[in-house]
Design a protein around this ligand. Structure first.
Ligand code: HEC
Length: 172
């Protein structure tokens, strides 16, 4: 190996590591094509929660009381007309159980991709209605509405799963 190849290989590895640390790749739920996050409104792009989410796919707002409160309001404005008041399903499918048309929605990365980029028919991309920070709050509220077995709430941390009460079971 010449010095030049060593240098190039090292540089490529470094660039790769940086890209991986900087941001995950997000793809459209139906098409599988890369999502362009630059369509998101400027506002709400650089909150701590958004920065962490774009790097890790972990939603820090899950089960955070303040975020849930905002998320509920946003959900009632942006989603409930189609998905029902408590995500029981209406024009769009229910979002409060373990059944998903698109199985990736059981991860927060997948759920974000579906909300940001849309799916089929009436489920259009939501970046015109919500900024990235608001999407994470809507997601946290949607997760809070889960009525299934807490052990299936894979989006929660282990500790959160232990204390999670299915929505409606004990005052929600
Ligand atoms: C105009 C009606 C409409 C609105 C508003 C809407 N949705 Fe949907 N949504 C749908 C329909 C219809 C589908 C089914 C699309 C499909 O199967 O591809 C869907 C699918 C979904 C799915 C995939 C469910 C699965 O089983 O995999 C998720 C997640 C979702 N919507 C979340 C949301 C959230 C969160 C909001 C609010 C930010 C929202 N939607 C707003 C109509 C809507």
């Amino acid at each position: 190996m010449t010095l030049k190849t060593i240098f190039l290989a090292g540089g490529a590895a470094l660039a790769f590591t940086f890209a991986a640390a900087a941001q995950m790749q997000f793809s459209h739920t139906v098409e599988g094509t890369p999502l362009d996050l630059s369509f998101a409104p400027e506002e709400g792009r650089d909150t701590e929660a958004v920065k962490a989410f774009l790097q890790t796919g972990v939603n820090q707002y899950n089960e955070q009381p303040d975020a849930l409160k905002e998320g509920e309001e946003l959900y009632l404005t942006a989603c409930s007309g189609c998905h029902g008041h408590v995500a029981e399903g209406k024009l769009g499918p229910g979002l409060n159980d373990s059944y998903w048309t698109y199985p990736k929605n059981e991860t927060d990365k997948g759920l974000f991709e579906t909300i940001y980029g849309g799916a089929q028919g009436m489920m259009g991309p939501q970046y015109g209605h919500l900024n990235l920070d608001e999407m994470l709050k809507v997601m946290a509220w949607t997760r809070h509405l889960f009525t299934g077995d807490p052990s299936e709430a894979v989006w929660l941390t282990r500790e959160q799963r232990q204390s999670f009460k299915p929505y409606g079971s004990e005052g929600g």
